[in-house]
Design a protein around this ligand. Structure first.
Ligand code: ZN
Length: 102
């Protein structure tokens, strides 16, 4: 029985609500990620001599204090913003970034 129009209606099922939130996050991710990939190319640090050579395929990276482990449960639109993410090569600069400022 659909009770949503009633005074004490039940609203959406919890699972439906959660699925909507997940979908929202996925959409936010793919939009920002495409933007960052277009901005940075294969690796944001490619060609920066002091940073060493690139290695491995490109990966989307969250930078320093915005690493995923530090931002769990935050609003996806803040969490995945272009300003705090970059494309980095997986085995070179992303690996070094994760090791360096863990
Ligand atoms: Zn690189």
């Amino acid at each position: 029985m659909d009770t949503r129009g009633l005074l004490f209606g039940k609203g959406e099922k919890r699972s439906t609500e959660k699925a909507g939130a997940k979908r929202h996050e996925r959409d936010a991710i793919s939009t920002v990620r495409a933007h960052v990939a277009a901005r940075d190319g294969r690796c944001r640090l490619a060609g920066v001599a002091s940073m060493g050579a690139c290695s491995g395929p490109p990966e989307w990276a969250h930078i320093s204090e915005h690493k995923r482990t530090r931002t769990m449960k935050q609003d996806p639109s803040r969490l995945h913003a272009a300003a705090i993410t970059a494309m980095l090569c997986r085995d070179g600069h992303h690996y070094a970034h994760d090791k360096g400022s863990g």
